[in-house]
Design a protein around this ligand. Sequence first.
Ligand code: PMV
Length: 353
Amino acid sequence: MSTDTVGLEKATATAPANIAFVKYWGAVDLERALPVNRSISMTLSHSCTRCTVLPREDGSSHEVYLVDETGDRVEAPEGFAGRVLSHLDRLRGWAGYDGFFRVATRNNFPMATGLGSSASGFAALTLATTRALGRELSPRTLSVLSRRSGSGSAARSAMGGYVEWPGGDVPDVAERGLAAPEDDSGGHARVLAPAEHWDLRDVVAVVETGAKPVPSVEGHRRAGTSPYYERRLELLPDRLERVRRGIRERDLELLGAVLEREAVDLHLVAMSSRPPIFYWTGGTLEVIREVRAMREDGVNAYFSIDAGPNVHVICEPDLEDAVAGRLGSLAAVRTLIRDGVGQGPIVSDDHLL
Ligand code: PMV
């Protein structure tokens, strides 16, 4: 064990999920999660992952558990556990530690359903592990290390409020204004505006709780095979600017129009990739129709959908109850999550192990 690991201790961190207003879809380097395009998101106040990491000085391998809603520890699903193990190895390499960890992680929302559990999960894992190794990270370093898990959106979950992730460091991508060059903080996210700037609400209509059919990482890999992928990239600089302005000026109509186009185009690209990926279900469409009907009735709310069937509906606080009432009465909606804009990750003593 290396000498600078003195101070090993159990550590727990909680990190928020986020909803992408402009989506990361397609990578120039999937292993390092360097995206083709910039993305912007809102950090969520309710949906989060809590993660406890216990260094095991006597162990010979890592152990990874999920804590379910009853508080029981269960084996983590294979795919997720594999990604956690690789990230633990990456982090111990970074810190110069050659021991092992026991990890327990708990989400307060359904996992792998397009609600951001990998973003919150890997940001929480990164913060808890580095804290267990006695390291204090700046939000910027937390963002870079979380991104290196392979979940690019985890780079944004390292920060609170409204967050932009400038993205990759590949010159031709930077020249097209899609992503920033390395010297312009490409590898980490930055706060566009703090949560206090604009109290937006996100009523999430959960129409499916089972794991999505194709993980995001595979969606990024296939994105470039869609004939519509390049066209979406051409549209992005203007969309990014509108989203920044919408946030700056607290203009929900401006922001909302882009949110919906982005949600549709992400899925258009996914559905036209080879082989195609269909994340939407009948329930997704039922919610989309209801949001459009709401607007006709003067309820100003807009949908966004990440890589899954579940739908985020963004509105201002005075309309949250009306939106929840309308969505809650739909046959397709199993549960609603009442969320809003929130703060970045925190460390606590609320251990899971
Ligand atoms: O960070 P990943 O690899 O889980 O990909 C995220 C993909 C989307 O959620 C669809 C978009 C985004 O920017 O969060």
